[in-house]
Design a protein around this ligand. Structure first.
Ligand SMILES: [Ca+2]
Ligand SMILES: [Ca+2]
Length: 305
């Protein structure tokens, strides 16, 4: 599946948690452009991370005018986070994460944007399509590309002959689609339909955020996925004997089914040691933030104030 692996410098595997990570978007907002911001075609490319936890969370809700401006101007970005194979300590692929910005270059919490877009399925579909196209166009040259797909976006064209979103995804030659099953996405039939549609196109599937709060586990989906992504919350829970037993058995199940396991949220050396002890295949998280790649579609407009 992996075309070509890129070596990860040894120091990237050392804990980097003591260093404060700059937020490029915040730098745009304050007018201090980052040195690592590079013009790349019609894309701004940055080689430092935008922490989810640092993304501005609007106190109430996103106004429709803000969302319309976001869509019209395509104030979109992508953050590619490396997925590291434990055995070889090499980057085997990247997960592409959607990023959004307001007109004054403030990063917007992606979950909040997607939640708001759920009120308008066609808009949700259009944004998902444009974001996926951006993620594919700027994907790192080698390795597997992991993208997140909202089943509700897929639902818009699920019963039609033409499914542009899935057709777009099938253009990448090493693609894994991550789906989440949670209590907000309660339509099990839709998940099943999506699983079949991806399989028909030869696209690999990952079950994302296993064990996260509000997540549910569908045995039907679990038995069909190629990748199992365990939520960061297991890092804290793994010291509890029952939780660790559940995790070890789920990992064993994944391996017995021929699947591969990724542990997310790896931030410290002791997380990496735990990942090794658990026998997972790959890890992902802020331990590798020096290798995060961020791009922005539109030229950031500096704030004058
Ligand atoms: Ca994901
Ligand atoms: Ca995840």
């Amino acid at each position: 599946m992996v075309e070509e692996k890129s070596a990860l410098p040894q120091q990237a595997l050392q804990a980097a948690s003591q260093t404060q990570v700059s937020d490029p978007a915040a730098n745009w907002a304050t007018g201090s452009a980052t040195a690592s911001l590079k013009w790349h075609g019609n894309i701004y490319k940055m080689f430092s991370s935008i922490f989810d936890r640092q993304i501005h969370v609007h106190p109430t809700h996103l106004a429709s005018t803000l969302l319309l401006d976001l869509m019209r101007q395509q104030r979109y970005g992508v953050e590619y986070q490396p997925i590291v194979e434990l055995k070889s300590q090499e980057i085997m692929g990247h997960e592409a994460l959607a990023r959004f910005y307001s007109a004054d270059c403030q990063p917007l919490a992606p979950k909040m944007v997607f939640n708001a877009l759920h009120r308008s399925p066609l808009s949700l579909y259009q944004v998902e399509f444009d974001i996926k196209r951006l993620q594919l166009e700027n994907a790192p040259g080698s390795g597997t590309l992991f993208v997140n797909l909202d089943p509700d976006a897929y639902a818009v064209t699920a019963d039609e002959a033409d499914e542009p979103l899935l057709t777009l995804l099938s253009h990448h030659n090493s693609m894994v689609v991550e789906i989440i099953e949670d209590t907000d996405v309660s339509d099990a039939h839709l998940s099943q339909q999506l699983v079949r549609a991806l399989a028909a196109r030869g696209i690999c599937l990952a079950l994302d955020d296993i064990g996260a709060p509000n997540s549910v586990i569908s045995l039907d989906v679990m038995m069909k996925v190629d990748w199992f992504k365990f939520d960061r919350s297991w890092l804290a829970r793994a010291h509890n004997s029952r939780a660790r037993a559940a995790l070890l058995h789920l990992i064993a199940f994944a391996h017995e089914c021929g699947g591969k396991v990724i542990l997310e949220g790896v931030e410290h050396e002791h997380d990496l040691a735990l990942a090794r002890a658990l026998g997972v295949d790959c890890v992902q998280g802020f331990l590798y933030r020096d290798h995060f790649i961020s791009i922005a579609k539109t030229q950031p407009r500096m704030r004058t104030a």
